[in-house]
Design a protein around this ligand. Structure first.
Ligand SMILES: [Zn+2]
Length: 447
């Protein structure tokens, strides 16, 4: 009898494996061995010498496409309860939209809403092939322990990510201080455990942050080793406010306050000058492009092509506009061509944003190699069912991806199956959707 290793390993075999490395690499008929939540080995051909004498759980991926889990570098899970919500008024600009919709919604959120929105939002993300989300949360009337609720929902669904509470003076300085405390409290908590959930110092945006609050948040973040997650120059109103109150543009204000670094997520950056783009590059700041959100909110088109050429690391996020970051990658291309009218513009770059930059950004934020099927990386893997109507290989995989016809079938996070046959493994998804619908009715009534 061979001696059995006590730890069970998982073998995924038979599929077309896209490793996610920069040089597109598709291993046809390959295999992946997962051990202890990590990718242990990847190869093609005979795998038996690596599994001999071990307890093995086998996932047959024959005729399937196997990829690293997708990563969403900016979202708001609480927006999961806003789908179908019809606004009574017609906002005339972005700030009015915030005032009449999002800031009314976030004020009406209870702890229960926070937990269930995170649970259902995480479930929708897994169903879109997303295994890591960097969330940005606000619930001004339920600040304390709201991050436990958000992280609890994420854990229950089985997704990886980071959370933060959106510090803002828009509901008074007391709320802003509570927000800072909440970020520090939760960051301290997760630092003590080996958690798949990390924490950042969340900040809303320059135009709702007074200078004392901004500096206080920076001190708290520095003391606790936290990066920042902040909306930057999303609408021109943010720039106008910063110039009026601080006689400088938004990126310059944040740089002067010590907010920008390679641990910072600067979301949107739609209205940034050439000088600010240089500052973003020099500080190593991660810019997260959310094209569906920008178009939906009519705030303009971010100068992504320019930032990209200047060496700024740009990733992609959904900003709560649905869970599929692949839709954002597709929209990013269309946006790119409005700015640079060339029929190939943005194609390769959109792949870099979603598949390469997002894994670098999330990996550095969460302190763990993610987003590649490579030895030592977290075993976050998606198996897609897809019958390609034309040949598929490493060189044209991205074009197949952009068809958005690949159907998510199985998802593993940390080597554990969290979605199988397109259905959640850790929760009863019908019950989750039903309860979410009930909560949404009550939430909308309270608004
Ligand atoms: Zn956002």
């Amino acid at each position: 009898m061979p001696r059995l290793d006590s730890e069970k390993i998982t073998l995924i075999k038979g599929g077309k494996i896209f490793t996610g490395k920069v040089k597109q690499d598709l291993i046809d008929g390959g295999w992946i061995i997962i051990k202890g939540g990590e990718i242990s080995r990847v190869g093609r051909g005979d795998y038996r010498k690596y599994t001999r004498g071990q307890r093995v759980s086998v996932i047959d991926a024959t005729d399937k496409i196997v990829t690293p889990g997708l990563i969403n570098c900016h979202t708001h899970l609480y927006s999961a309860l806003a789908r179908g919500l019809i606004q009574a008024s017609s906002p005339r600009n972005f700030v009015e939209r915030l005032e009449t919709l999002w800031w009314r919604l976030d004020k009406a959120l209870t702890y229960e809403d926070c937990y269930w929105s995170a649970l259902v939002g995480s479930l929708l993300s897994l169903k879109a092939g997303v295994t890591t989300i960097l969330d940005h949360h606000s619930s001004p009337h339920a600040v304390r322990e709201s991050l436990d609720a958000i992280a609890g929902g994420m854990r229950q669904a089985g997704i990886r990510g980071s959370v933060c509470y959106e510090v803002s003076d828009r509901d008074g300085q007391d709320r802003a201080l509570l927000g800072i405390e909440e970020n520090v409290r939760f960051a301290t908590l997760v630092a003590r455990e080996a958690s798949p959930i990390g924490c950042l110092m969340g900040l809303h945006a320059s135009f709702t942050l007074s200078q004392p609050t901004l500096l206080r948040a920076r001190e708290a973040a520095l003391e606790n080793g936290l990066g920042f997650h902040i909306h930057v120059a999303e609408d021109n109103a943010d720039v106008v406010d910063s110039q009026k109150r601080y006689r400088r543009r938004v990126v310059t204000r944040l740089a002067d306050a010590g907010i920008l670094s390679d641990r910072t997520l600067a979301i949107h950056c739609v209205h940034v000058s050439d000088q600010e783009i240089r500052t973003l590059n020099q500080t190593g700041t991660n810019v997260i492009h959310c094209p569906r959100s920008n178009l939906s909110n009519a705030v303009g088109i971010a100068p992504v092509a320019k930032m990209f050429r200047h060496g700024v690391r740009v990733g992609l996020g959904s900003d709560g506009f649905g869970a599929s970051v692949l839709d954002d990658a597709y929209t990013a291309i269309l946006n790119w061509r409005l700015v640079e009218p060339l029929p190939t513009a943005g194609f390769v770059e959109s792949e870099v944003l979603l598949l390469y930059n997002n894994q670098l950004i999330a990996g550095s934020i969460l302190g763990r190699p993610l987003g590649l099927i490579e030895r030592g990386h977290a075993a976050d893997v998606v198996i897609f069912a897809y019958d390609p109507p034309t040949p598929i290989n490493g060189n044209n995989l991205w074009d197949h991806f952009l068809s958005r016809e690949l159907r998510v079938e199985t998802v593993l996070v940390d080597g554990k199956k969290v979605l199988d046959g397109g259905k959640a493994c850790l929760i009863d998804e019908e019950k989750v959707f039903e309860h979410s619908r009930q909560l949404a009715i009550k939430l909308w009534e309270r608004m």
